[in-house]
Design a protein around this ligand. Sequence first.
Ligand code: NDP
Length: 448
Amino acid sequence: MAIKNAYLKNLLERVKKRNPGEPEFHQAVTEVLESLEPVAEKRQDLIDAGVFESIVEPERIIKFRVPWVDDNGNVVVNRGFRVQFNSALGPYKGGLRFHPSVYEGIVKFLGFEQIFKNSLTGEGIGGGKGGSDFDPKGKSDNEVMRFCQSFMTELSKYVGADTDVPAGDIGVGGREIGYMFGQYKRLRNEFVGVLTGKGLQWGGSLVRTEATGYGLCYYMEEALRVTGDSFRGKTVVISGSGNVAIYAAQKATHLGAKVVAVSDSNGYVYDPDGINLNTVKQLKEVERKRIKEYTAKHPGAVYTEGCSGIWSVPCQIALPCATQNELDGPAAETLLKNGLIAVGEGANMPSTPEAIEVFQRNSIIFGPAKATNAGGVGISALEMTQNSQRATWSFEVVDQKLKEMMVSIYHKSAEAAREYGLAGNLVAGANIAGFLKVAETMKAYGVV
Ligand code: NDP
């Protein structure tokens, strides 16, 4: 879908020119601006206030050197990033990604998406994202600790409980958050909620670990419910085997579905009896091994090298939960042929524009990432609230709030899509609903 509105078309061209060599950022901005065409047509006041112009430009980008010493005594130098994209609604909030593919364009795409996602949660949080090209895979705990301490030594100058509150993402889980929180506390002599995803003994929230995966399933269950359907009895395929994938699989199973395949960046396993989550958790969360090892414990399962093949496994519901652009047009066609009825994005931007086009043309229920995976950051915001109050809420209370948040995000998006003449388009609905709240606030602040 090409943009027709002359103002937005020109803006997109300028964004591409000003941010060369950053295809992921271009892709994210293109999708949002396409969705905002009906808003631009109706709301000249937002154009005049410079809101569209400002929202595509990060408020601040911090880029820094991260030197550390490996177990052999060698000095290694990585790069660290924090993009503080938009603080209209509250402190910057968004995860840190440690993966060799991380560069400025990835962090900007993720930070941009985060603005709208955070707005949709209904909590007072702005959008940010960060990370490093450091690869935790194959590193000892001590190496990860030394890296995290060096990373936080610099990052601590720019974050704070009321300024910017990072969390986890790919390659950043409880272990990394612990090392970074410990270093921040030591440097600042302050015990404050500067990071979310913390351990339960030191300020973490119940349900934060499960929140993104559970939230994805709550959103999809509601989307299915309004069409008279549900997860019950469905076959589900989930890419990835990290934090989001594991808890999406757990909740889909609670809701009566059978998850038959999961993956990592090397390949995927298909288990016709249903994936055994205890095995996946042991392999991934405890032993930090490859998904390939799954078949040693479950001889009925089959491992196939190459992660993209997972979309050839027949299913009715597909939940891409690994990384960006992992599900392309041909994969979408294959899923369709095999009886697909719904797709819910657990990862950020996992479907290419071609794949989304296939899903929407064929009336597949398609839940876009910035709505469907907002549960993680939503519960992070509740972790911030508990930290401010020095309170601890029960699992049941937080889980109920998560459920309500995801159901509300679904309806906000569906309603915004209807209001702007795009009924059924949950991508446009999420972008419009997320945008309008930030845009009205930016307009209220004047030119800042
Ligand atoms: P994890 O690091 O826990 O897991 C990532 C999973 O995806 C692993 O199985 C990993 O395999 C796989 N993966 C990573 N990169 C690639 C790649 N290039 N190709 C194929 N597979 C890959 O991360 P999370 O589960 O936390 O994050 C997954 C996605 O969800 C990301 O897009 C993230 O931005 C998004 N997300 C996460 C949230 C959270 O709360 N954690 C919140 C909202 C979104 P391997 O181990 O082989 O690398």
